[in-house]
Design a protein around this ligand. Structure first.
Ligand SMILES: Nc1ncnc2c1ncn2[C@@H]1O[C@H](COP(=O)(O)OP(=O)(O)OP(=O)(O)O)[C@@H](O)[C@H]1O
Length: 364
């Protein structure tokens, strides 16, 4: 299988007065798995369909290995596609379903049989070739659809919510399986999902979209640890967001005044910034009983009341209320011998964290 570089150059799509995709430029490296992630209606599917050739862009181009594909019809693009609704032919066996795309391409019966055998083995269904779709589980049917997408030896694989119809457990194991297969084949893949966990699990690169535009592009770690906007900080995982004026500068950093009881020490603040937004992930915050906390820590520390406490097995979630009414969310990992929650609703606690956990959000 070949690895292709896919490049979107100022791609836009308008429907009447709706701009579905707005001036999107993106390079997908050969062999990479990229996830287009974003809320409903942000333009993910439209983008994917333009790469496939199912929708013609209003402006801009799609290049594959530097070859302009914009005018090439879908059946000549050599893309493997897998959708949530995998639409197998019910009256054809697994083998016949997989062979279907090959027959359309005029491949001889002997060659087709060999390729179908290889595809069945790739998706671990070698002994299921003679069955009909109705005799398979949902996960097995989805693997047949994957086999059908791979049998044509595509230059790239396009996935639109491919695991959306599967229940949680199966979905998670298929995520790992699909990712392993994609890596093994080195197949350039673009996947649409609105599920952040799926994107974090599977993608080399995550493309967060909003209102038809790219909001942020980066690895899972970059997107999670250094969200570039308030939208990304809130869309990927949970975040505590605070905002306030620069109270005092110290070197490259500054003290940010959030409320009378809470100030933040931020290690790097742009010189021009006067009002700063900061995000702190809930797992970066430590909760302690009043009196246990080091009295010397002034910044990044606040006394608060436990407003809600939720035990979730390996983790507990605490929702704290600060004296001025602000909310702080804390995720605390539970120890194996721990007997339930460590803090009760109504208890007074101290929440504190280290300065490197304060991440400045460039775009509010
Ligand atoms: N054929 C169409 N005619 C008119 N508007 C359309 C058409 N297809 C999509 N749109 C609009 O374009 C925007 C982007 O749609 P798109 O399907 O790409 O979003 P999405 O991010 O994939 O959403 P979802 O997660 O709900 O599938 C939406 O506002 C949608 O209503």
């Amino acid at each position: 299988m070949r690895s292709s570089e896919v490049r979107l150059d100022r791609l836009s799509k308008e429907y009447n007065h709706t701009v579905a995709v707005d001036d999107v430029s993106l390079t997908i490296e050969p062999g990479h798995m990229v996830a287009l992630l974003g809320p409903s209606g942000c333009g993910k599917t439209t983008c994917l369909r333009m790469i496939a050739g199912l929708i013609r862009p209003t402006s801009g181009d799609v290049f594959v290995n530097d070859k302009r594909m914009t005018d090439v019809p879908v059946h000549r693009r050599n893309v493997g596609m897998l959708f949530q609704n995998y639409a197998l032919f019910p009256h054809l066996t697994v083998e016949e379903n997989i062979a279907f795309g090959l027959e359309m391409r005029g491949i001889s019966k002997a060659d087709a049989a060999k390729k179908v055998g290889e595809a069945l083995s790739l998706v671990q269904l070698s002994s299921f070739g003679k069955r009909y779709p109705a005799q398979l589980s949902g996960g097995q049917q989805q693997r047949v659809a994957l086999g059908r997408a791979l049998v044509i030896e595509p230059a790239m694989l396009l996935l639109d919510e491919p695991l959306g119809a599967l229940d949680k457990g199966l979905r998670e194991s298929m995520q790992v399986e699909l990712r392993a297969l994609q890596r093994r084949l080195g197949l350039t893949t673009v996947m649409v999902t609105h599920d952040q966990d799926e994107a974090l699990t599977m993608a080399d690169k995550i493309v967060v979209m909003r209102d038809g535009k790219l909001e942020q592009v980066g690895s899972a770690t970059e997107i999670y640890q250094r969200p570039s906007s308030k939208f990304v900080a809130q869309f990927i995982g949970a975040s505590n967001l605070f905002q306030g004026p620069v109270e005092q500068r110290n070197g490259n950093g500054a003290v940010i005044r959030v409320s009378p009881e809470l100030s933040l020490q931020v290690d790097e603040v742009p010189q021009s910034a006067s009002d700063v937004m900061v995000s702190i992930r809930p797992e970066a915050i430590v909760v302690e009983r009043v009196g246990q906390s080091p009295a010397s820590q002034r910044a990044n520390s606040v006394t608060a009341l436990v407003d809600q406490a939720i035990y979730r097995g390996f983790v507990s979630h605490y929702y704290l209320k600060t004296p001025s009414g602000g909310q702080i969310i804390v995720f605390e990992q539970n120890q194996s011998q721990q007997a339930g929650l460590r803090y009760a609703v109504g208890e007074e606690v101290v929440a504190r964290w280290e300065s490197p956990s304060n991440h400045v959000i460039a775009r509010h």
